[in-house]
Design a protein around this ligand. Structure first.
Ligand code: MIG
Length: 687
């Protein structure tokens, strides 16, 4: 049951697809308070209520005890105290004696004080008086999530090749560096499907251009890479360089498609290209115009993009610099107030992403002029939408890879997200694990983190453990920042262990892709907290570092340095499978309860659920080369069971064809259990 309540005159967002009549009476479950002219929606939590949600947010799976501010932010230093990351996903579910969900559809900032100020008090404070709130009742947290997912519509569906391993770095400087990356993977037998082009492929950081010097024959190069099973994925930044003669700048100016200052002039911010204008993604003409530019790359065979800097991130504005300069000019070095030093420092370090700058430019939302801060959280989402809608025009029957840094619920229908600038820290591997189900709750299914960590120098053991988790995430991309140690898996000496781990991924792709597709098509989650699958198990409710992935497996990733194993809680009997490589494994049936399991740094454990079946194919060097006519089956059962595998060509869009469902079954055939399927079953490991 979903009820809708409207406050003031909300700015439309793309979040919701169902038409629900607004209620006349006051909101259920929440008490309205007012402080400093703002409405606070207040809820009293029970001691053992769990609060799930908030998508891409910091801290645990249970969000209690924290203060979160939905305000899309370029936050490269994601320490535990940070309240805002790149997305604004205002959906939470409270579950305990009763379960209830709230979605605050609000284009400006929203804060969630979830027992931070007072342990049992939840306060939701929208930044303005104009918003819509949806109250969702259901039998359980999972039931509420499923209703919510129907409300916000079917998630974006990635092509199957995007389930391959992907390598990125800021930046591979030219053709030869990219060739080298591909060659080293292939030579070492490490599977690979994509290489990313970060900002330096462009000519002067100008969107939709390619540097002649670095990539002198780009269309031919794209082809050359495709012939080796590699997709090139270029980055697209939000800001458009101000440069006479650059067509995108000229057109944007001519047709008034950039964000404007109060005086009507185009707003200016300093980003990678130097001075830039921001396309007005809140405007449908601007979206159409910017979106059409992706065609330049699509025409030469590019099939995937990542959209960056779309919070939007700004290094500085001319106004900000002028203010700082004035402050410096007036600074009294003879001051006997030494704390003035900190003010001075803040003036300079605070030049980026200043609130004052976000309050100084305007959008033209198809006739309605709005100040940026009132729609801040929709900017990146509408950049994703611009690209997604353009792809539908350019090649209506084809899927593209698309993911964004900034997002809002609603943009999950046009693209995925990556979780931005994490660090090569063990704690960020754990954060990656905890974020996956939260992102799934909010509709973001094609998602993943920078494996190995973006900032800081990665180590061999960290990368290996991180990949040991990353082999399960739809986006499996190793990415690292400029200036950090090389992070490709051949950069740490012997590559054999990396080859083994990444090979496991490829043998899992038919299962992972199938579970991903079913989650997309049924508005479901691919990564679930244990409590969603074992709702009556009280201990399972408290487990945050084990996840159920699809219908057949539970994972318990190892995320501690030097660990040779970990404690795992089993809510029922399960089959432990420790992968040493895609084909070398050891098995152990384990009883419900707490266990210590061992898995060396080059091994990956997973658990097959009772009466479930896991299909594995033979590994390959790229998704193109996967042979899905033959399967090995691992099953944990003493009964007849079935698994429905979703399989399609991975690129076209006729998702609902029943021919895409391939049954696998374990059956009693004259007193002997065996596996049957239209596919060839080459091996059966039945427990
Ligand atoms: O200011 O394009 O999050 O993945 O490598 C940094 C360079 C801009 C931030 C992205 C990161 C990317 C980097 N970008």
């Amino acid at each position: 049951m979903i009820r809708k309540y409207v406050y003031g005159n909300p700015i439309p967002t793309p979040a919701v697809v169902q038409n629900i009549e607004a209620e006349e009476d006051s909101v259920q479950y929440l008490t309205e308070l007012e402080m400093n002219g703002k409405i606070i929606l207040n809820y009293s939590m029970e001691n053992d209520d769990i609060v799930y949600g908030l998508g891409e947010a910091n801290r645990g799976l249970n969000k209690r005890g924290g203060l979160y501010r939905s305000f899309c932010s370029d936050e490269p230093n994601q320490t535990e105290d940070k309240q805002s990351l790149y997305g604004a996903h205002n959906f939470i579910v409270i579950t305990g004696m009763i379960s209830v969900g709230f979605f605050v559809d609000c284009a400006s900032e929203v804060t969630f004080d979830i027992g931070y100020t007072s342990s049992n008090i939840l306060n939701i404070t929208p930044g303005c008086g104009d918003f819509t709130i949806y109250v969702i009742e259901g039998r359980s947290a999972y039931d509420i999530v499923k209703q919510f997912r129907k409300l916000i519509g079917r998630s974006y569906i990635a092509p199957k090749w995007a389930f391959g391993y992907q390598q990125s770095r800021w930046s591979y400087a030219n053709e030869d560096e990219v060739r080298e990356v591909v060659k080293k993977h292939r030579q070492n037998g490490v599977p690979l499907d994509a290489v990313y082009l970060d900002i330096d492929y462009m000519d002067g950081y100008k969107d939709f251009t390619v540097s002649e010097e670095r990539f002198p024959a780009f269309p031919e190069f794209v082809k050359e890479m495709r012939e080796q099973g590699i997709h090139l994925v270029p980055i697209i930044d939000a800001g458009v360089k101000i440069e006479d003669g650059y067509p995108i700048y000229e057109e944007g100016r001519q047709y008034q498609l950039f964000c404007k200052r109060a005086d009507g002039s185009d707003f200016v911010a300093g980003v990678w290209p130097g001075k830039t204008h921001f396309p007005d993604f809140m405007n449908s003409n601007a979206r159409m115009w910017f979106g059409s530019k992706y065609k330049t790359f699509i025409d030469i065979g590019i099939e995937g993009f990542w959209n960056d800097m779309n919070e939007p991130a700004m290094f500085f504005t001319p106004e900000g610099v002028a203010e700082a300069k004035q402050y410096l000019d007036n600074f009294d070095f003879n001051t006997n107030e030494p704390w003035k030093f900190f003010e001075l420092k803040d003036k300079l370090t605070g030049l980026s992403n200043r609130m004052k700058d976000y309050e100084s430019f305007f959008h033209n939302m198809d006739g309605r002029i709005v100040r940026h801060d009132s729609v801040h959280n929709l900017y990146g989402a509408n950049m994703t939408r611009a690209a997604g809608e353009a792809f539908e025009q350019i090649a209506p029957d084809k899927r593209f890879l698309l993911f964004s840094r900034s997002s809002y619920i609603g943009s999950h229908r046009w693209g995925g997200v990556w979780t931005g600038d994490n660090q090569s820290w063990w704690s960020h591997l754990l954060l990656n694990i905890k974020m996956m189900p939260s992102l799934n709750m909010c509709g973001f299914l094609y998602t993943g983190a920078d494996l190995g960590g973006f900032g800081c120098n990665c180590t061999r053991d960290l990368l290996m453990r991180w990949l040991g988790f990353g082999i399960f995430t739809p986006l499996m991309r190793n990415h690292a920042a400029l200036g950090t140690r090389k992070q490709e898996c051949y950069s740490f000496g012997d590559t054999e262990d990396f080859r083994s781990i990444i090979s496991i991924r490829y043998s899992l792709i038919p299962y992972l892709y199938s579970e991903y597709m079913k989650a997309c098509l049924n508005d479901d989650m691919m990564f679930k907290p244990l409590s969603f699958v074992y709702p009556s198990d009280n201990f399972a409710r408290t487990v945050e570092d084990q996840l159920v992935v699809g219908e057949s497996i539970m994972i318990a990733p190892i995320y501690e340095q030097n660990a040779v194993g970990r404690y795992v809680y089993l809510p029922e009997d399960m089959l432990l499978v420790v992968f040493k490589s895609s084909s070398v494994r050891r098995y152990q049936i384990m009883k419900k309860g707490m266990h210590y399991i061992q898995a060396a740094v080059n091994e990956v454990p997973l658990f097959v659920l009772k009466n479930k079946l896991l299909p594995l194919c033979r590994t390959a060097q790229s998704t193109d080369a996967l042979d899905t006519s033959m399967f090995e089956i691992i099953a944990f059962t003493d009964d007849n069971i079935e698994y429905m595998m979703y399989e399609d060509d991975g690129i076209s869009k006729n998702y609902d064809d029943p021919a895409h469902y391939v049954p696998f079954a374990i059956k009693d055939m004259d007193g002997v259990f065996g596996a049957v399927s239209p596919k060839k079953i080459v091996k059966l490991a039945l427990f």
